[in-house]
Design a protein around this ligand. Structure first.
Ligand SMILES: Cc1ncc(COP(=O)(O)O)c(C=O)c1O
Length: 396
């Protein structure tokens, strides 16, 4: 007997992409280049592996569920520096927990932050559309109704929870926002985040801000959810932010990040982990602690992506609809037939891209807001990135 509620799991973006390209053979004379997955292809700093190796005597220890104090202090220190948090507002004991990457925690929030009924009705999880698939997975886990907030050119590619109907907001238990956003690379302003927190408090739902691209920017650093909470007062209720080392440190294989904010949720998270979920092993946690304390490798990473953006602007800059995103490493290009184009480019150029429609869902008017775009990830070294972009440029 398999739980039929698991059905949406097979609907994950890359499972859909693989199905779409199943019978499409990539050009045999070309080296395949995967500009589809948001996985950094550059290496993390060497000290990561050195610290893991140096702490090899700790593999016999069960890891602490919320990470050890040194990790939580490193994270608190980073949050204070990065977002100018008021002294003492963040308590490493109460407001921070280690997580195994944002993907896992975003999904688990569907259980942790969603009651069986909200105001006597089935709860709702609000999420941007296009979306990261774990937001939808969270709705499945929490037996909640996913309600999509379209992020389109008309609303500057940022969903607006305050425009959601009041009867839906009454049922809302959890709202996901993503800034800088995937795939459009849009950065929410501090005022936008403040309004979202106020709405969360008005309707008593948890606002979860996915900030995993926060460190891949050019120019000013994107504001964050905790910074917005601080601007509103001293409370961290109804808000959590999620960060990870996957993009910041090019280390998605570590499965390490943190969740910070609402003290009750942080406490419950630690308890939940004790029953049946992985917490970060100590040798990895010690390396993660060092990574949150070091900015040199993050600056080098940022400079690398800035170079890739320069290449993208040089190669695609004269194409209709090309936009240099504010942050992150995805180019979102308009395409009349995104699915057809994706197949054609894979067949003729052996370059894989993603039709954004596969990352989105039809709204109540049966419109898929991702349909008019393809996503191109600038995650390789500069040479490979340029080669991939040059191969696909004539198709736009
Ligand atoms: C928007 C968004 N959120 C979360 C994740 C998950 O990242 P991780 O679990 O590695 O922190 C990704 C990964 O691509 C993403 O694009």
């Amino acid at each position: 007997m398999i739980n039929p509620a698991l059905q949406p799991l097979s609907d994950y973006t890359f499972a859909r992409l693989n199905r779409m390209l199943e019978n499409v053979e990539p050009a045999a004379d070309k080296r395949p280049i995967l500009l589809s997955v948001g996985e950094p292809q550059i290496q993390p700093p060497a000290f990561l592996s050195e610290i893991v190796a140096a702490n090899g005597n700790l593999w016999n220890k069960y890891p602490p569920p919320k990470g050890d104090l040194a990790f939580r202090e490193a994270v608190t220190g980073w949050l204070n520096r990065r977002y100018g948090m008021p002294d003492g507002m963040l308590d490493p004991e109460r407001h921070v927990t280690s997580i195994s990457g944002t993907r896992e925690a975003l999904y688990q929030l569907g259980f942790l932050a969603v009651p069986e009924r909200k105001n006597g009705q089935q709860p709702v999880i609000l999420m941007p559309n296009p979306l990261y698939h774990s937001y939808r997975g969270a709705a499945m886990l929490g037996r909640a109704e996913p309600v999509y907030m379209n992020a389109t050119e008309e609303n500057n590619f940022l969903p607006h929870p305050e425009n959601v109907a009041p009867e839906i907001l009454e049922r809302t238990a959890l709202c996901f926002l993503c800034t800088p956003s995937n795939p459009q690379g849009r950065v929410a302003t501090l005022d936008y985040l403040k309004r979202a927190i106020e709405l969360a408090r008005q309707y008593d739902f948890m606002l979860a801000v996915d900030e995993c691209y926060a460190e891949i920017y050019r120019g000013d650093p994107p504001p964050g959810g905790l910074q917005a909470a601080a601007a509103l007062g001293s409370s961290l209720e109804n808000i959590v932010v999620l960060h990870s080392l996957s993009k910041r440190s090019s280390a998605p294989g570590m499965r390490s990040g943190f969740l910070a904010g609402d003290p009750e949720l942080v406490k419950r998270y630690g308890e939940y982990i004790m029953f049946g979920s992985a917490s970060t092993p100590l040798p990895v946690l010690h390396a993660a602690t060092a990574l949150w304390k070091d900015e040199a490798h993050v600056e080098a990473n940022r400079a690398h992506y800035a170079e890739n953006w320069q290449i993208a602007s040089r190669v695609l800059g004269n194409k209709a609809g090309y936009r240099e995103a504010e942050a992150g490493f995805f180019v979102c290009m308009p395409a009349d037939d995104a699915a057809g184009l994706t197949k054609q480019i894979w067949r003729e150029q052996a370059v894989k891209i993603v039709p954004v429609g596969l990352m989105a869902r039809e709204d109540a008017d049966c419109v898929n807001p991702g349909d008019p775009y393809v996503r191109i990830a600038l995650v390789y070294d500069t040479e490979t990135t340029e080669e991939g972009l040059r191969r696909i440029a004539p198709y736009f």
